[in-house]
Structures are given as C-alpha cells and as structure tokens.
Design a protein around this ligand. Structure first.
Ligand SMILES: [Fe+2]
Length: 183
C-alpha cells in the first residue's frame, strides 16, 4: 500500500458559518466546498448536516461537520486540552510572528512561540474549542535524520518505563553537532 497524503480530516463544529469565517479571516483558509444533506447517506436517518472543506494548503483539506440535531459538542474531559490539536505549517519565523500578531489582533489569546528545537510553535483555540498550532521549522541539517534514527528505540523504552527516554536529549541540551559523514 502507498498512502499518497491525508485527503481530509474531519472534526465537529458548532456553527458552519462561524467556522468558515474564522478560518477565512484569521488563517486565510478558503472554503473549498460544502456538502449538505437532510439524511445520513449510509443509514438514511433524518439528520441534517453541513460538511465543510477548508483549504489548508498544498492540497491538504480540513473538514468540519455541523450537526444541529445532536447534543452540544463537548470534549474528552479525561484528556488535557493541549493534547488533541491541529497543526499547520507556515513558511518561517517571520511568518509565525506575523501570524501571532494577526491572531492576537483578532482578540484571541496566543501561547508562544514555544521552542521545540526542530520547530517553533504558537497555540490558540478556534471557536469550537479545537486547539490550533502554527509551526515554523527551525531544524538544523542532520537533526531530523538523527531523531528518525532513535525513534524506534525511544518507543521501545517508553513502552516499558512510561518515562521520557533520553535519546533525543541532545536537542535541548544544546549538544547537537553534525556528525562528519564524509568519512
Ligand atoms: Fe503539535
């Protein structure tokens, strides 16, 4: 099997129009298309829905459903608010800082930039309570390759200890040095 890319991901929204306007005005994401039915296609249940598809760049699509006949949407109360989120990439740090200013000017609270060593991030919430992240990559050459190399061992250790493995500590210890690959 070869997965080509994420075709779309879908979340629930409280109000389709409000959601379209938020992503358009705050994140400059266009409405690609809307699909709406009064019946659920698979079950034929009468349950009107509005399914919106937003352009997240380079063919990536972020979708939402408004389903007014269901109880108000909540969230998984057993999971901290920072865990489930949607992250979008911007061009560079200048773009990230400009985005922060724009989002704050729209009246939203923004956290960050937070330094993740291979990228820096800002965080905020959409009108539905979905946590959003904007990311600017700042990795140095070789960093991602080194992280990729240690990833399987990190998972193995984590599965036993449930404590953070130290394989990637070089990132925040400032110890990262390019290995000489010419020899
Ligand atoms: Fe993230």
């Amino acid at each position: 099997m070869e997965i080509k890319k994420i075709h779309h991901v879908a979340y629930r929204c409280k109000d389709a129009k409000e959601t379209v306007e938020f992503y358009r005005d705050v994140l400059d994401m266009d409405l690609v298309l809307a699909i709406s039915e009064d019946q659920v296609p698979s079950t034929k249940d009468p349950d009107p829905y509005m399914h919106i598809f937003l352009d997240a760049g380079q063919g990536n699509v972020l979708a939402f459903f408004e389903i007014p006949n269901s109880p108000p949407m909540g969230r998984d109360e057993n999971t901290p608010v920072w865990v489930q989120h949607i992250a979008f990439e911007v061009e560079d740090m200048d773009a990230l800082l400009a985005a922060r200013d724009k989002i704050e000017a729209a009246g939203l609270d923004v956290i960050g930039p937070t330094d993740h060593h291979i990228f820096k991030s800002i965080y905020f919430f959409d009108p539905n309570g979905h946590r959003l992240e904007l990311v600017a990559n700042v990795d140095q050459p070789g960093m991602l390759e080194k992280l990729h190399e240690v990833a399987p061992a990190m998972i193995d250790e984590w599965s036993v200890t449930k404590r953070a493995p130290r394989h990637a500590a070089f990132l925040h210890d400032g110890e990262f040095e390019l290995e000489d690959t010419s020899i």
